[in-house]
Ligand binder design. Structure first.
Ligand code: GLU
Length: 475
């Protein structure tokens, strides 16, 4: 692997190199922004049953232009150094593009978490955390992990507990990791955050009337047909929220076991329930067509308005890109479209919403969780009741002045103070909308920049470059 370039990392570097000339930054500064600053590879032994297994693991810190560095930990059999480097690199641009004040990082542990018992996963997670502590690769001011593919709140709880055991005198210890269970210093809305951010991002792109006209779509997400690849955390929340809050139709789903399609739409809640009960989407009564495991990739070619790849990297390649029929490809996963495949999609006039913008909802809400941990107080605790009293006073004043009574549900809406979940969602919505307009400004103001990914890279690189220059590293 050492000399071979992983296709995912090669794609990320290609995307960066495509955008770099549009930034106006010095070549040396661009090289600093591109390279991974620190790569930590560990091999540690763990006893599994009667065997000893040597576990290969990584933590890569891509950029310390802002600290702490931030990014998830992936548990997967496919983990390799360059995959983690690619993911860490994307994290830096992701944070910069949505104005989350962190550098980028990522961790990877080469295991199949679904084959291990909970006890073994706990052992591996705690040992991995210990290795990070030993090298000063974790801490609320240093590097803050989070969930990624194959990990979730439970792993984050073990990481936090291990950190706390060694750093008991750190009052901010809870900020050493995000995506923790809500009852263990987590935050409401973190689990749904990436999928919800995907929804806000798609909705915002679809509101751009001029861009929609160019691809022959009416503006707005309502009534649009969607195909989702991957019903993990990101894909399932994205599908549910696009259907429930956006009014979109879920016409196709692909998972490891196969794919299903119905041009009239299928209820995502029923699909999720069916899969939970039967272990598969195949046989779902609402589907009109189904494809067995071997041909599940056909889902990428389904007729639809929006295709949401929400599984792993390298899913749309030069082989299947010419057959994609969607008008918008919304990258909910990291790196689902290779650089060469994107060139084909763009030539066909397809809008590609880039991963490091579209899936930034997770890290955005992680940022809110970290802020909550450092402030040691839940969002809404100080001002909710105060605001409710003020709003009630205003409503009463309106009623007294007009002589009219405002209805119960309207009154409830008008007088509600923000709970943690309301504020998290509102902060996430603001972040996704604001970041899109920054990206779009680059796209519309630079004639040489023609697509959203290049524009997003230019936006992120310029912000990172400005940080470095302000620090005087590249005067
Ligand atoms: N793993 C997620 C991502 O790829 C979340 C990272 C975080 O919350 O730090 O963006």
């Amino acid at each position: 692997m050492a000399d071979q370039v992983d296709p995912f990392y090669a794609s990320v570097i290609k995307y960066f190199d495509n955008a770099a000339p549009h930034t106006g930054l010095h070549a040396g500064l661009l090289e600093q922004i591109k390279q991974c600053n620190a790569i930590y590879k560990i091999n540690f032994p763990v006893r599994i049953g009667k065997d000893y297994k040597i576990i290969e693991a990584y933590r890569v810190q891509h950029s310390q232009h802002r600290t702490p560095t931030k990014g998830g930990i992936r548990f997967s059999n496919h983990v390799n150094q360059q995959e983690v480097m690619a993911l860490a690199t994307l994290m830096s641009f992701k944070c910069a593009v949505v104005d989350v004040p962190f550098g980028g990082a990522k961790g990877g542990v080469k295991i199949n978490p679904w084959e291990l018992t909970e006890m073994d996963r706990e052992k591996i997670t705690r040992r991995y955390t210990h290795e990070l502590i030993k090298r000063n690769f974790i801490g609320p001011a240093i590097d803050v992990p989070a969930p990624d593919y194959g990990t979730g709140p439970q792993e984050m709880a073990w990481i936090y507990d291990t950190y706390r055991t060694f750093k008991g005198d750190d009052i901010n210890a809870a900020g050493c990791v995000t995506g923790k269970p809500v009852n263990l210093n987590g935050i409401q809305g973190r689990t749904e955050a990436t999928g919800r951010g995907v929804f806000y991002g798609i909705r915002t792109v679809l509101e751009q009337a001029k861009d929609m006209k160019a691809i022959g779509l009416e503006p707005g997400i309502e009534g649009k047909t969607i195909v989702v690849q991957g019903l993990g955390n990101v894909g399932s929340y994205a599908a549910k929220i696009c259907q429930d809050e956006g009014g979109a139709l879920i016409v196709g789903i692909a998972e490891v076991e196969g794919a299903i399609y119905n041009p009239k739409g299928m209820d995502i809640h029923k699909i999720l329930k069916f899969r939970k009960e039967t272990g598969s989407i195949l046989g779902f009564p609402g589907a009109k067509k189904e494809y067995k495991q071997r041909s599940r990739k056909k889902a990428m070619e389904f007729e639809c308005d929006i295709l949401i790849p929400a599984a792993l990297e390298n899913q749309i390649t030069v082989e299947n890109a010419p057959k994609v029929k969607a008008k918008v490809v919304a990258e909910a996963a990291n790196g689902p479209v290779t650089a060469d495949a994107e060139a084909i999609l763009l030539k066909k006039g397809i809008i590609v919403i880039p991963d490091f913008y579209l899936n930034a909802g997770g890290v955005t809400v992680s940022y809110f969780e970290w802020l909550k941990n450092l402030s040691h107080v839940r969002f809404g605790r100080m001002d909710k009741r105060f605001n409710e009293r003020t709003y009630s006073g205003l409503v009463k004043l309106v009623e007294d002045t007009t002589g009219k009574t405002i209805g119960r549900s309207e009154k409830d809406f008008l007088t509600k103070g923000g709970d943690e979940i309301d504020l998290v969602r509102s902060g996430l919505e603001e972040t996704m909308i604001n970041a899109f307009h920054q990206i779009n400004k680059v796209k519309t103001s630079k004639r040489s920049v023609k697509d959203l990914r290049t524009a997003a890279f230019v936006s992120a690189i310029q912000k990172m470059g400005s940080d470095y220059m302000t620090m005087g590293i590249f005067p």
